[in-house]
Design a binder for this molecule. Structure first.
Ligand code: FIX
Ligand code: ZN
Length: 414
């Protein structure tokens, strides 16, 4: 039965709200990884986005900030960004949204009362609460086999919560080959910086070891704006001789996330990364020269979004995902999602949370769903103006493809 234009907005809102989410990129960990899973109000407040915002407002050097304890850091950020100013930035508003979604009194501004709430829930209850509030079916982690703490957790073989899928992250291998070589050698891989001897087959063996260990749903890497392909650099050789053949043979997608200028302000540490305009030609060549590999691509610069969407029209093995990092703001999510829907219809993955703290999924998905609802309503209104009729079941079908269907297809998930 076709919907009236009056009922359209409410129906879209309901379908989006009810749509389960598979979150294709996060920095969350299953609780079996122990303290690698960040959660609670002090972690929310000391998110690197808020560290950067705080240090713009007070005469404190990053070194001084990082010398403080976690609770002291959170107190400072709360005072600076939430009490002495209104928390209007997206990262600030997100904290308040999450507190509200958890049923806490945000008008009290009583940080200790929020701390008491979080201290009273177990990690298992906490994961269930956040997943329920965000209507999450599953999240994909970011798993770095070169990270000593994380790799030891994998070697310990802790039981993983099935809602936490793995992604094999390869930044050290592809971006700092010179320092990756000694780590690989120490772990028994017969590799050489000049790629002589058995280097290619040994790096392949390394990938295979971690594929068996992690059972990743894709391979990922974050890349600088100057990333080019094909390329004779170590990165280019590793892509050509190891990574892309590995993805082709295993059927695992490859997810280059492009445009990060690492540590342009090193003192800020994780908060010190920035953005640069990337070369879409590298993405086009990846897709053209590797037709049997499926690429999941997110690019960090707003200026690259239109050409990325056009590139996706040219290559069916290119799936665009997310409004990443500095793009994950309502004004840009609306602009980018509208443009993608106009160019790609429903064949893209509109968002990922990039959550580093468990509770961030609550606000990141609430905020994103509000914007995507707005875009969808406008697009359906345009459609209905042509006399096209729409039923609730069709809207539900479309919405589910955006929030989990396209992800499940891309990741070969049942
Ligand atoms: O490379 C990445 O996965 C980025 O998302 C992170 O490094 C970044 O710090 C982040 O969390 C952005 O939201
Ligand atoms: Zn990330």
């Amino acid at each position: 039965m076709s919907l009236s234009s009056e009922r359209l907005a409410k129906t879209v809102e309901k379908c989006v709200l009810e749509a389960p989410v598979v979150d294709i990129h996060t920095h969350l960990y299953s609780s079996s990884f122990g303290d690698l899973l960040l959660r609670g109000i002090d972690e929310l407040l000391t998110y690197h986005y808020l560290i950067a915002e705080t240090l713009r407002c007070i005469p404190m050097k990053p070194k001084e900030y990082y010398a403080m304890g976690k609770e002291e850091q959170a107190d400072l950020i709360w005072k600076t960004l939430f009490l002495e100013r209104s928390p209007v930035s997206e990262a600030c508003r997100g904290v308040v949204t999450t507190l509200q979604e958890y049923g806490l009194d945000t008008s009290s501004r009583d940080l200790d009362s929020y701390r008491r709430f979080f201290s009273n829930i177990s990690v298992e209850e906490h994961v269930d609460l956040a997943f329920k509030k965000a209507n999450l079916e599953a999240v994909v982690m970011t798993n770095d086999p070169f990270d000593p703490v994380e790799s030891s957790r994998w070697e310990e073989g802790a039981e993983r919560d099935p809602r936490f899928l793995a992604a094999l992250r390869l930044d050290p291998l592809l971006n700092t080959w010179t320092s990756a070589v000694p780590i690989l050698k120490e772990r028994g891989y017969d590799v050489a910086e000049d790629f002589s001897g058995k280097t290619v087959s040994e790096v392949r063996r390394f990938l295979e070891y971690w594929r068996k260990k992690m059972e990743p749903v894709y391979l990922a890497v974050s890349l600088p704006p100057e990333f080019t392909y094909p390329d004779t650099s170590p990165r280019g050789r590793l892509l050509e001789d190891v990574i892309l053949p590995f993805c082709k043979e295993t059927g695992l997608p490859f997810a280059p996330m492009i445009g990060v200028k690492k540590l342009i302000n090193p003192e800020l540490r994780l908060a010190g990364d920035s953005v640069g305009k990337s070369c879409i030609g590298a993405v086009e060549q990846l897709c053209l020269r590797n037709p049997e590999v499926r690429f999941l691509v997110s690019i960090l610069s707003r200026e690259n979004q239109h050409e990325l969407a056009v590139a996706a029209r040219k290559f069916s093995n290119l799936k665009v995902f997310g409004c990443w990092w500095f793009l994950n703001n309502p004004s840009l999510v609306e602009e980018i999602t509208t443009m993608r829907m106009e160019l790609l219809g429903l064949s893209f993955i509109p968002q990922h949370s990039d959550a580093r703290v468990l509770d961030q999924v609550v606000y990141k998905w609430k905020h994103s769903k509000e914007i995507i609802t707005k875009v969808l309503v406008r697009k359906y209104q345009d459609l209905m103006a042509t006399g096209w009729t729409l039923g609730e079941d069709e809207i539900k079908r479309d919405v589910n493809s955006l929030f989990y269907g396209n992800v499940k297809d891309a990741l070969n998930l049942a």
